[in-house]
Design a protein around this ligand. Structure first.
Ligand code: SF4
Ligand code: SF4
Length: 503
């Protein structure tokens, strides 16, 4: 399906105008029928597919205009952040790292451990609710302006393509031409550059996963020791090359789940890129030296049916058909139409950012009850996230009784239990760790090294022996509270059980 609107039954469809479009005054039956057929046509097959299902290659015309300039500037900033992200460190930690293999995650230089699952889940939930509220208010602005897929496709690969092969009509002519030395050379240069950039993107993604230090190590070390890492390097490069060289807009229309669930998030108050049918209909070509009054008298609107908005669209749709799933709000059609209006000395904004209800009523954007609800949830989640991060202990310890071990005699009427202990040091410095029994007389002794040190941002493991005088035990299982001291200062308390003989 190509739109958010339900498909009407055949009988209704035959008489329906375009979605959102009022039939213009004096609209003839022929006009209505033509519009209905066009509407039915766009709703029943994808703009990027032929009727037999074959891929229809989109040759998008090079966009230009104020919105494109703004998008380009934002895109350059995002590209700098994207490629330099893995190299930027805060407190020695990457700006962003999702090391799934070692289960280490760094967001804004803050390391999250598997033990911080709740904080991580709240962070992810906050991110998704943020996108939801943003979508409810501003549609797919994320897709057209900030999504890495669109930024890379439109501002890197597409620009490179225009530079090497020319604008849309030249690209189309080159593809239609028989193979020649010139065509082979042009295609070779393009695809080599595409693969080189894909390699760079693949390596960047890998460094977001494993960290730039580890990636650098893989590059300079003996390749035979890093076959896994090298395999991913090649795999990511090939996948990105295929996406940007072949798959392109289909990633947004077929694969991206966000594009799929946007229809549940948008409503008539959402700001979207929209064509104003009240102003534009009925469409008619602009006749040379035509007087505006005469055009109005003939019942024509401002749309001159020049198809400039369609030819620049990277997803190949006609925005005049109404809101469609394929629209990524890239605003290229706004620029194209504005430049046509400028040439015709008509006001800009026949295609503009507007809500569907705003188009009908002329009212500005409203902050709806749904948006307020999302905003409330978002504020609550951000508060919860800040609270969890703010109250997070720098050192966490887990005491587990050694598997299979019972109590042992420690001599002089004392009994001992053996524990395996895991200490997570989330601070940015190494910490000497000690333990102290808080609610019972007894000793806690770390086995092995004389001094137990937890290295910064690492998990340290050791074995600990707790011994207690047998005559102070009143139960076969005694609850113990053990203080964890980092650098001589108590930083947390762990609870565990001590097994003794039956009484
Ligand atoms: S319809 Fe306009 S805003 Fe939507 S994808 Fe096409 S060019 Fe971009
Ligand atoms: S660019 Fe504007 S005038 Fe031309 S077809 Fe599109 S909406 Fe109509």
């Amino acid at each position: 399906m190509s739109s958010n609107n339900p498909i009407p039954p055949d009988a209704e469809r035959a008489a329906a105008p375009a979605p959102g479009a009022e039939p213009p005054p004096g609209a003839t039956d022929t006009y209505r029928a033509t519009r209905a057929v066009k509407w039915a046509d766009f709703r029943e097959h994808l703009a990027t597919a032929e009727r037999d299902g074959a891929r229809k290659w989109i040759y998008a015309k090079k966009p230009s205009g104020r919105w494109y300039d703004r998008r380009t500037w934002l895109g350059w900033v995002l590209l700098v952040v994207m490629f330099s992200g893995p190299l930027i460190k805060i407190h020695g930690n990457p700006l962003l790292m999702m090391n799934v293999v070692e289960r280490r995650f760094s967001i804004l230089g803050h390391i999250f451990w598997p033990e911080d699952g709740i904080i991580f889940a709240v962070a992810m939930l906050t991110f998704f609710v943020g996108i939801m509220i943003f979508t409810a208010a501003f549609g797919r602005l994320w897709c057209g302006w900030t999504c890495p897929q669109t930024v890379l496709m439109e501002l890197v690969f597409r620009k490179l393509e225009y530079w090497i092969e020319g604008d849309a009509h030249q690209q189309k002519a080159l593809d239609a031409a028989p193979w020649s030395v010139h065509k082979f050379g042009v295609k070779l240069v393009k695809h080599v550059l595409f693969f080189a950039i894909s390699f760079l993107i693949g390596n960047t993604l890998l460094s977001y996963l494993i960290g730039s230090d580890q990636l650098f190590h893989i590059i300079v070390d003996n390749p035979l020791r890093h076959l896994g890492g090298l395999t991913f390097m090649v795999l990511f490069s090939v996948v990105f090359y295929l996406i940007f060289a072949r798959f392109r807009e289909q990633a947004c229309t077929f694969i991206c789940p966000y594009g799929r669930f946007q229809s549940a998030l948008l409503d008539e108050n959402t700001m979207v890129v929209a064509y104003d049918p009240r102003r534009g209909e009925k469409r008619a070509p602009w006749k040379r030296d035509q007087r505006l009054e005469l055009r109005r008298e003939e019942g024509n609107g401002d749309c001159v049916n020049c198809h400039q908005c369609v030819s620049v669209c990277p997803t190949g749709i006609d925005i005049r058909n109404g809101l469609q799933m394929e629209c990524v709000n890239c605003t290229a059609c706004i620029d194209a139409c504005d430049s046509v209006m400028d040439r015709l000395k008509q006001p800009r904004g026949l295609i503009r950012f507007a809500s569907l209800s705003g188009l009908q009523t002329g009212q500005p954007m409203r902050f709806t009850a749904r948006m307020k609800l999302y905003a409330g949830v978002l504020v609550a989640l951000i508060s919860l996230f800040l609270y969890l991060v703010g109250t997070q202990a720098e050192v966490e310890a887990i005491f587990l009784r050694a598997p299979g071990a019972m109590f042992q005699s420690a001599g002089e009427g004392r009994l001992s239990n053996l524990y395996t202990v895991k200490v997570v040091n989330k601070s940015h410095h190494d910490l000497p760790i000690e333990f102290r029994l808080l609610n019972h007389e007894g000793n806690v002794r770390v086995l092995g090294a004389a001094r137990f040190v937890a290295l910064q941002e690492r998990i340290a493991e050791t074995s600990v022996l707790v011994d207690i005088a047998a005559n102070t035990l009143t139960n076969s299982s005694t609850r113990l509270e053990i203080g964890v001291l980092a650098d001589g200062k108590q930083v947390s308390i762990v609870k565990t059980g001590f097994i003794g003989p039956r009484h």
